[in-house]
Write a protein that binds this ligand. Structure first.
Ligand SMILES: *Cc1c(COP(=O)(O)O)cnc(C)c1O
Length: 386
């Protein structure tokens, strides 16, 4: 049997080992140490944010953002409905109520116009407005951060960008030309989990252009401990700081990030060339923005019926090709039943038909051709059945 092709594996090299060894040898293994501040500085420079605060995870960075947006029990937070559940967990930790906003079919990201209509309606009737909007850049694809920022500013709402999956995604035209995702809102969050485009094993980054928010984020991430010789804490904080060992890994990965993104885009281009003109729907590609194609994901044709996504996944698995379903939308998650929703049909469709294909940064062309060949075989097989 042919060798197994995993969905996406981290790319860890000699530079990573070198810097991690350096961190270990320094004796600073926990959150104090030169790599943490070096990683923050280099990361901020990379994405073009004024400040970056290294956190234990992307979820931790989002939770800190919710705290800094002063989200209190019963407050409303508008979140993209089609996303990984960590996005809303951060709001749920603050006992927020959610407003789950469906995606646009063309971007797979939040329909900001629908949210605007709802906020205008709520404002007119005196209903509760969101305290924060959490905009998710899904699978490496930039969401409409400009429209979201305008909406947020108009109503005095915090805009938090969940850029966990989209490090390196940029706008290439229009008012945001040259800007990175995660730097348009008041606060942004990135993830360095093992499966993300770069990894620190586990980790995240909080970004902002506001000096006060940055200082408060760092303070909250270190148990809200004040610089006092006795242990003095001015509020309930978190143990959310990144460790020096993880940050060393981050510094090394950041040096290689451009090459990872270039590989993801090459892979995406080859897949797109192979699937264009077939019934397989390729991921969004919109003018004026550059996705990183973190997990290259396609939609199986509607005409193949409801079980088609699973059938293709099983068909790929028979020859050792790993693939993965896209996320079940938040409004379908048992703990979130009853939360307010705006639409939901687009997310349900993406969930029922979406499949992520192998796209490790070291995926070879021969392996990619095996994936392509197998997907095309499946298309033919199905049409014979019909
Ligand atoms: C991965 C991810 C997170 C959480 O990041 P962790 O570092 O795993 O906590 C948040 N939001 C989205 C959209 C993600 O994909």
């Amino acid at each position: 049997m042919a060798s197994r092709i995993p969905l996406a594996v981290p790319n860890i090299g000699v530079r990573e080992a070198e810097l991690v060894n350096e961190a270990v040898a320094s004796g600073y293994v926990s959150s104090v140490g030169q790599f943490v501040s070096e990683f923050e500085q280099k990361f901020a420079d990379y994405v073009g944010a004024k400040y970056a605060v290294a956190c234990a995870s992307g979820t931790a960075a989002l939770h800190i953002a919710m705290r800094l947006a002063d989200v209190q029990p019963g407050d409303l937070v508008a979140v993209s409905d089609f996303t990984f559940m960590a996005s809303s967990n951060a709001a749920s930790y603050q006992f927020a109520e959610l407003l789950l906003v469906d995606s646009l079919p063309e971007s797979w990201c939040m329909d900001v116009a629908a949210l605007r209509t709802e906020i205008e309606r709520r404002a007119a009737t005196g209903e509760k407005l969101p305290k924060a909007i959490e905009l998710v850049h899904i699978l490496g694809q930039p969401a409409d951060a400009l429209a979201a920022r305008e909406l947020a500013d108009e109503y005095g709402i915090f805009l938090i960008e969940d850029a966990a999956e989209a490090l390196g995604a940029v706008w290439t035209d229009g008012p945001l030309d040259g800007r990175h995702v995660g730097t348009i809102g008041h606060m942004g969050a990135f993830s360095f989990n093992g499966n993300k485009i770069m990894t620190t094993g586990g980790g995240g980054m909080f970004t902002t252009n506001d000096a006060s928010l940055a200082a408060q984020a760092k303070h909250l991430s270190t148990q809200a401990r004040l610089a006092d010789r006795g242990y003095l804490h001015d509020q309930i904080g978190f143990n959310y700081r990144l460790t020096n060992i993880a940050a060393a890994l981050g510094v090394a990965q950041l040096e290689r990030l451009d090459s990872f993104i270039a590989r993801k885009r090459d892979i995406a281009e080859r897949y797109a060339a192979a699937f264009t003109g077939t019934e397989i729907q390729t991921p969004p590609k919109l003018h004026g923005q550059e996705s990183t194609y973190w997990l290259y994901s396609v939609l199986v044709p509607k005409s193949r019926g409801t079980g088609a996504r699973d059938e293709l996944q099983d068909f790929l698995a028979e020859t050792g090709i790993e693939s993965r379903s896209l996320w079940r939308p938040l409004h379908m998650q048992p703990p979130l039943v009853g939360e307010a929703t705006l639409g939901g049909a687009v997310g349900e469709d993406l969930f029922s038909r979406g499949l992520s294909l192998p796209c490790s940064t070291d995926l070879g062309e021969a392996e990619q051709d095996r994936v392509i060949g197998r997907v095309l075989d499946w298309l033919r097989l199905e049409s014979v059945d019909v």
